[in-house]
Design a protein around this ligand. Structure first.
Ligand code: TYM
Length: 339
């Protein structure tokens, strides 16, 4: 549309959103907003692939919307919507399930690691990446801005699109993942060899986007470093803690890598942690304040999400009808298609 690349990305409304989500995904969504045609989806259908408390899920869905808006997603520039509000996602997922080989899904590393942590594994967890393919392909998205952990899922989306186009003729745009070099994999502050995740230990692992300054001080003050004293970007495993702090500093301060390294020349890890703490607190402060205001007005949030869903349906519904037509379904008469 308008010659701008179409962007679609998603985020699960489960757990507490952290600076890994912010730096890996949300910040690049916000920065790209003007140049792109944007769709951002709060993926509640994905969230229930593992057990959820219903009231918590409802609360976290609104909280996620409020965080995205507070972080700078502008409804005038981007369509922000909840996945389950657009039934085309579930319909397209079913059709795509039927042409996705089981082996492709069993190979997914995120499935394997999540399944290892569950007593019983739902088939939804296995199908998770097919639903993600439906999210992306319904909107003819060119680009999918994500963190590094979603790379394999976007590759699978491409494979599904290519397979469909091969069987039924050209229909889907084959999208590409957009993964920034910095921030693509923010690591746990308690363990810099494990990705920062929503399901990490309660304290000390992640900085939440709307954490209070004292909590941010606690987490960053205890961040694991190493026994050396070099403050430089490095891919060496033993420097993972310092490198992670530098990456966070770089993206939160907007400084370049050489500027960041110069800034810390001759200084110690204590100074580094203090500087990272300050820049993180100051960058997140306006987001936390705006978030608190938005959460006071849940009806406004719901109205905004309803508008987003209507905008999303305007694209997704004709696309899913086209999909049904391609696979040989008799289409319902026009009066039956209203949702
Ligand atoms: P989710 O909800 O786990 O994460 C949302 C976004 O945050 C990124 N991310 C990270 N980036 C850097 N460092 C980290 N430690 C870190 N942790 C998370 C994720 O890569 C993601 O971009 N399957 C997706 C949601 C989804 C989706 C989609 C994404 C559903 N449909 C369609 C794109 C397009 C997920 O679980 O993200």
């Amino acid at each position: 549309m308008n010659g701008r690349p179409r962007v679609l990305s998603g985020i699960q409304p489960s757990g507490r959103l952290h600076i890994g989500n912010y730096l890996g995904a949300i910040q690049q969504w916000v920065l790209g907003q003007d140049a792109k045609d944007n769709f951002f989806c709060i993926v509640d259908l994905h969230a229930i692939t593992v057990p959820q408390d219903p009231d918590q899920l409802r609360l976290q869905t609104r909280q996620t919307a409020a965080i995205l808006l507070a972080a700078g997603i502008d409804p005038k520039k981007s369509t922000l919507f909840v996945q389950s509000h657009v039934r085309a996602h579930a319909e397209a997922c079913w059709i795509l399930n039927c042409l996705t080989p089981l082996g492709w899904l069993e190979r997914m590393t995120q499935y394997k690691s999540k399944a290892a942590n569950q007593e019983t594994v739902s088939t939804g967890l296995l199908n998770y990446p097919v639903l993600m393919a439906a999210d992306i392909l319904l909107y003819d998205a060119d680009e999918v801005p994500v963190g590094d952990d979603q790379r394999q899922h976007v590759e699978l989306t491409r494979d599904i699109a290519v397979r469909f186009n091969h069987i039924y003729g050209d229909f889907f745009v084959v999208p590409k993942a957009v993964i920034r070099e910095e921030g693509a994999r923010v690591m746990g502050l308690d363990d810099p060899n494990a990705k920062m995740s929503k399901s990490g230990p309660a304290r000390g692992h992640a900085v939440g986007i709307v954490d209070e300054p004292d909590e941010i001080r606690y987490t960053l003050g205890r961040a694991v470093t190493d026994s050396g004293r070099e403050i430089q970007f490095s891919s060496a495993p033993e420097k993972a803690g310092v490198n992670n702090l530098l990456q966070i500093y770089l993206l939160m301060s907007g400084k370049s890598a050489p500027e960041v390294e110069r800034n810390f020349e001759g200084r110690g890890y204590g100074d580094l942690k203090k500087a990272v703490t300050e820049v993180v607190i100051e960058s997140l402060r306006p987001i936390r304040e705006r978030y608190a205001q938005l959460m006071q007005e849940p009806d406004d949030l719901d109205r905004l999400l309803a508008t987003g869903a209507a905008q999303a349906r305007a694209l997704a519904e004709p696309k899913v009808l086209g999909l049904k037509e391609r696979v040989g379904f008799v289409l319902p008469t026009t009066s039956d298609t209203s949702t």
